[in-house]
Ligand binder design. Sequence first.
Ligand code: RTP
Ligand code: MG
Length: 147
Amino acid sequence: MERTFLMIKPDGVQRGLVGRIISRLEDKGFTLVACKFVQVTIEQAEFHYNEHVGKDFFPNLVRMITSGPVLAMVWEGDDIITLSRILIGKTNVREAQPGTIRGDFAAHTPNNLIHGSDSVESSTREIRNFFDSNELVNYDKGLKPWI
Ligand code: RTP
Ligand code: MG
């Protein structure tokens, strides 16, 4: 079982899409193991997006992610890092397919509503940036392995 850091960005919160985005992740069968509303600090934003430091869009990215509250979440599931990014859709809204979160709800790049970790290494770093280990819960949904 794998864990990933998913974050509804300020545009998703402002547009009132929190419930619908969470529903899609629940519908897929993923398990929510941590969730909180956060005003991201500049230091936290720079750490979160450290692979983009120095790129021309970095200052805008930090400004955007700190512009209002985000919903920081940890989700669990088999192969969830890859599967959740498929559900989220492409970064550029021109390429985001209908049926994905970005394809259905985002109309302006780079306001693409939700972040998803892109590797095990980044999920570990990103989860640590937002949560203490005692904030992550372990629970059994009682599902059989074939469900
Ligand atoms: P995220 O990290 O937020 O899940 O998005 P991603 O993996 O799909 O895309 P990534 O390449 O990691 O870029 C992070 C976020 O930066 C903004 N961006 N702006 N050229 C640009 O103006 C540009 N490129 C990327 C987007 O908000 C993107 O989600
Ligand atoms: Mg990324």
